[in-house]
Design a protein around this ligand. Sequence first.
Ligand SMILES: Cc1cc2nc3c(=O)[nH]c(=O)nc-3n(C[C@H](O)[C@H](O)[C@H](O)COP(=O)(O)O)c2cc1C
Length: 185
Amino acid sequence: MAKREIKGDVILFPAPVVLVTCVDKNGKPNIITLAWAGVICSEPPMVSISIRPHRYSYLLIKEEKEFTVNIPTVDIMKETDICGTVSGRDADKFNLTKLTPEPAKHVGSPLIKECPVNLECNVKETMLLGTHEIFLAEVIAVHIDESVMTPAGRIDYAKAKPFSYNWGEYWSLKEKIGCYACSKK
Ligand SMILES: Cc1cc2nc3c(=O)[nH]c(=O)nc-3n(C[C@H](O)[C@H](O)[C@H](O)COP(=O)(O)O)c2cc1C
C-alpha cells in the first residue's frame, strides 16, 4: 500500500499519558496532563517532560524545579482529560476531579493516590525547543502500589491499566505479546 507523507507533525505513538503535579510557592498543588514525556536516562534515572510556556504548570515547575509524574489507569481517563483541558489558573483540579493528593517523600508536589505508580522528580536542566520547553529531571523516588505488583515484584499491567495518547485518541493496552530478549530464546 502507498505511504502518504505528512509534514509538520510528530506522529510517534503510543505516547504515555501522565498526570504531572506541581506546586506554587505557597504549596498549593496543580495537575497537568502530559503526553510529551519519556525516559531519557537509566543511570541516573531521568525523565523528560515538555510543556508550552503559557501553561500555568510551566510557571510552577520552572519556579519550584520539581514535580511528580503519576501514571493514570483507564478508570480515571475522564479525570485525566479534565486535567488536560482545564487550567489551574481557573480551577483547583484536585477539587474538580476529586483526585486525592498524597504527600510525597522528597518533593513538595503531591502524589495522586488513584495512580498506582508515582515518580518524584527534581529538575536538572531545561531547554526551550520551540512551542515547548523540555524539562530534564532526575527521578529521586518511585512508588508502586502493591495491588498492581506481581509476586516477583514486577508491574502487572493488566492491573495497572495504563493508557496511551495516539494522535488525539486514548487507547488502552491489550495484551502481553513477549518480553525483553525473548528473541534469544
Ligand atoms: C492527553 C493530553 C496530553 C497533553 N500533553 C501536553 C504536553 O505534553 N505538553 C503541554 O504543554 N500540554 C499538554 N496538554 C495540554 C495541557 O494538559 C492543558 O493545556 C492543561 O489544561 C494545562 O493546565 P495548566 O494551565 O493548569 O498547567 C495535554 C493535554 C491532554 C488532554
